[in-house]
Ligand binder design. Sequence first.
Ligand SMILES: *Cc1c(COP(=O)(O)O)cnc(C)c1O
Length: 455
Amino acid sequence: MINYRTYLTEEEIPTHYYNLRADMSKKPAPLLNPATLKPMTAEELEGVFCSELVKQELDDETAFVEIPEEVREYYKTFRPSPLVRAYNLEKALGTPAAIYFKFEGNNTSGSHKLNSAAAQAYYAAKQGLKGVTTETGAGQWGTALSMACAHFGLDLKVFMVKTSYEQKPFRREVMKTYGAEVTASPSETTEVGRKILKEFPGTGGSLGCAISEAVEAAVTRDGYRYVLGSVLNQVLLHQSIIGLEAHKAFEKIGVSPDIIIGCTGGGSNLGGLIAPFMGEKLRGEKDYRIIGAEPASCPSFTRGKYLYDFCDTGKVCPLAKMYTLGNGFMPSPIHAGGLRFHGMSTILSELYDQGMMEAVAYEQTEVFEAAEIFAKAEGILPAPESSHAIKAAMDEALKCKETGEAKNILFGLSGTGFFDLIAYKQYNAGKMTDYIPTDEDLEAGLAFVPPQPVE
Ligand SMILES: *Cc1c(COP(=O)(O)O)cnc(C)c1O
């Protein structure tokens, strides 16, 4: 019988990240300079990002990148993460399928984001920078980064979307405890913030707006750079640690997953989980069904367009070709805060466009129903984001029940839900609402997409 939890030994822990782009024959589209519509050069990007991270962002060829010794040491405080066989969930569903999940919530920030925060803080410190700036929506990324910056001795300035800053004080206080300066966005401390406040007084802010402020705060300060917790190629590279560990753990138990599932906000936990498996699929060695699960209220894959778009409202960032709802898309306040971004990783966007992966969208209430079943069966209170993956895994397991197939299903449990109890409270009170944007809402979001470059 396979253990409930499979861990790697210290000798088995991966020493290198895996760069999925190396095995893609058609590479993800490059980031473009919005002024010239030419690919961003390393020099241009280095004004905003750390040098080593720029190198990783632009490197489509190197398959394996060594994880720095110091980062590997830090990982030991919360990794390896277990590969769990969800026996109790299987029993609750009465499915012949075997369900596995890779659990990334076992650190104070409560999610996989610490994997990339650790690497990014390390490279920034090694470059001799004083600090970094970033934005955070619901606060998961800011929390993870505050931990990593405290560890590697960096100053951190976080622009937190104002509605979250006011309504979700808990992560804000965790960030402050780790030494970060947290500012509600939009703020009076940046030019772009002042401009947005003048245009929309009383706005609760948005992720796109907080990105613009964080970038400005970095480029106008000596010794600071901007860091981002999802979407970028470098982030997916760091998150490959999830998939590499999972792949090794499956080897150990002599099992191969048939279906691999993850929730998708900007694409980093799914991109990391699938990396080595998708590599095998791209090289024609093996086949897997790969599924991204997203909220119906912010459906980048299932209803977005594959276009060059801005990543931020202030339009200071490079253009990325991705499945996007448009930088003008105003997501309704959904509880899975980490899944509210209008765009998607360019790597996953290209793979989706090539038909190498699928996507499904779920409404909030059904996602929380899945979360409740999972919590009762497996004991872990899941993050609302992760619960989209749980819902998709349960759906696949229930299909197996109909067909009698004993498939192996793997999903990414990207985090825990202890900071999301306001959402659980609404669910428990029967007051959760489902919102699906209309076609008109989507059209409005795409109205500000820039003219497309000629390919
Ligand atoms: C941020 C977050 C996500 C979504 O981000 P991705 O980049 O798509 O992984 C998912 N789950 C949790 C727990 C998060 O904190």
